[in-house]
Design a protein around this ligand. Structure first.
Ligand SMILES: *[C@@H]1O[C@H](CO)[C@@H](O)[C@H](O)[C@H]1NC(C)=O
Ligand SMILES: *[C@@H]1O[C@H](CO)[C@@H](O)[C@H](O)[C@H]1NC(C)=O
Ligand SMILES: *[C@@H]1O[C@H](CO)[C@@H](O)[C@H](O)[C@H]1NC(C)=O
Length: 459
């Protein structure tokens, strides 16, 4: 009897432990030097029609001087199960690198870092938007489950290099999650496009009155707002988490660092009279009239500050997106990235939602950009219906032009250069999941005011 009772207790304890472990997972698995960690965000609770736009400071992140190889994310419930987009629409998640004074007394979280400028500073990506917009290292939206974020060998996104951090500071990571619960709402697309009329909102997150011409976008679906529900709906709230699966390798001289750039089709940069990368992040698509061409085409041209080899590229679009491309100064195609729409109901295949974006992995060295080269970003949307708050971003990873040629001759898949331990890495990469990176989103500090129209808000 005693033994039975004891085993039952042990079994119960194991069950409880494994459940807890599932929820606060932070396991590190090492496969031939490629480490995998799984992190969960703090919990957020959502009910039908509710909006979460939270900023979490100092989130868990792999430590040390390392190279990130992939960064995948999804929304899960308390049991760790993936939550489909038609229930919780993931507008975006972005992860921002910053440094903070060690031992600085800053209240936890809530995105008020702007008040503590002397104690922290963002360590942004390499460009190109100014005014603290789109500074993230990683970030995606509804396409997060089926968009490859993998950084091929020998490349990696370098983080945790002590020499990049000011003395007395430490590197930290900030997470912004924007999600909309569309269970039982009247208009799912309208809620996900942040249509102002559905949110009964007249001022933005900072209390600034909204221009009546502003019909939808992030300024109309800030944290704690509520989208219009169907009559008589009664919903249950539930706890959710962002789950991050990060792969990395220890930094070494054989890893080649890449720079991250995010281009925005709403960038107002003009060579002659406005050479500032003012990125509006969102825009509107007016519906077409019958007989008219029903593709909305938006383009923006601006220079990349420093060139190099394109290692990876991906676009970010919202529902209605019909493909996007980045072109070089001479019109050559750098990368075309097209959306995949889901066809069912299960997570990763939700009908009508963009569940993935195609990515480009040019053979290293085959797609080179020169310093200051003018790049043109093109973002197409279907005009069969009206859209607010759509985006056209392009996230690219660039490696410096190598100082010496790689001496790699691919002959029937064989390499003729001497064997190096690093040669194993691509194979390991192939075994791993596909993966990364991020289009992302608006990321903007409170002190930047806008008169009207689109502007990112996230912070
Ligand atoms: C909309 O907002 C106004 C003022 O904030 C409030 O009086 C009204 O009840 C709200 N309407 C709905 C349907 O929530
Ligand atoms: C773009 O739109 C056309 C016409 O609606 C459609 O046939 C095509 O599949 C779309 N392409 C993408 C990438 O969505
Ligand atoms: C955008 O649409 C135009 C007109 O249909 C087409 O010529 C162009 O190739 C499209 N661009 C992309 C990136 O799909």
């Amino acid at each position: 009897m005693v033994h039975i009772t004891w085993s039952c207790m042990v079994l119960g304890a194991i069950l409880i432990l494994s459940f807890t472990a599932q929820i606060s997972a932070k396991a590190v698995v090492d496969e031939n030097g490629v480490k995998t960690s799984v992190f969960l965000s703090p919990k957020f609770v959502m009910g039908p029609g509710s909006v979460v736009n939270r900023v979490y400071d100092n989130v868990d992140f792999p430590k040390g001087h390392i190279a990130i190889k992939s960064f995948d994310a999804e929304v899960v419930d308390e049991a760790g199960s993936p939550v489909p987009l038609q229930e919780t629409y993931l507008h975006h998640w972005v992860v921002v690198r910053y440094q903070q004074k060690i031992d600085a007394d800053i209240p936890e979280s809530i995105g008020n870092l702007g008040l503590h400028q002397s104690k922290y500073s963002v360590l942004p990506n390499s460009g190109v938007c100014q005014n603290e917009v789109l500074e993230q290292y990683f970030g995606l939206g509804s396409e997060t489950r089926k968009t490859s974020t993998h950084v091929p060998d020998p490349y990696g996104i370098e983080i945790g290099n002590p020499s990049d951090i000011s003395p007395g500071y430490e590197e930290r990571w900030m997470l912004n999650v924007h999600a909309i619960d569309t269970r039982e709402v009247q208009d799912k697309l309208g809620c996900t496009e942040c249509r102002c009329d559905l949110y009964n909102v007249t001022q933005d997150e900072r209390g600034q009155p909204l221009n009546p011409n502003y019909r939808g976008g992030l300024r109309c679906c800030h944290d704690h707002l509520q989208c219009k529900l169907k009559e008589g709906s009664e919903g249950t709230t539930r706890a959710l988490y962002m789950k991050f699966t990060v792969k990395w390798v220890e930094w070494s001289s054989s890893v080649v660092p890449v720079r991250i750039y995010i281009f925005d089709v709403t960038d107002t940069w003009r060579k002659e009279n406005n050479p500032v990368h003012h990125c509006l992040v969102e825009y509107e698509v007016e519906p077409c009239n019958s007989g008219e061409d029903c593709t909305h085409i938006k383009r923006a041209t601006s220079p990349i500050p420093k060139g190099g080899h394109v290692i990876y590229a991906v676009a970010h679009q919202h529902s209605g997106g019909n493909g996007s491309a980045l072109y070089g100064e001479d019109g050559r195609l750098i990368c075309a990235s097209v959306p995949t729409y889901g066809t069912g109901t299960e997570p990763g295949n939700e009908a009508g939602y963009i569940v993935g974006m195609s990515t480009c992995y040019p053979e290293p060295g085959s797609v080179a950009l020169s310093d200051g080269e003018m790049l043109t970003l093109e973002s197409n949307y279907s005009r069969t219906q009206f859209h607010t708050g759509v985006m056209g971003l392009f996230y690219i990873l660039i490696a410096d032009h190598p100082e010496r040629p790689l001496h790699t001759n691919h002959v029937q898949g064989q390499t003729t250069r001497p064997f190096e331990p690093l040669d194993l890495v691509p194979m390991i990469g192939l075994l791993g999941l596909v993966v990364i990176a991020a289009a992302g989103i608006a990321y903007h500090r409170r002190r930047f005011q806008t008169e009207d129209g689109y502007q990112s808000i996230v912070m």
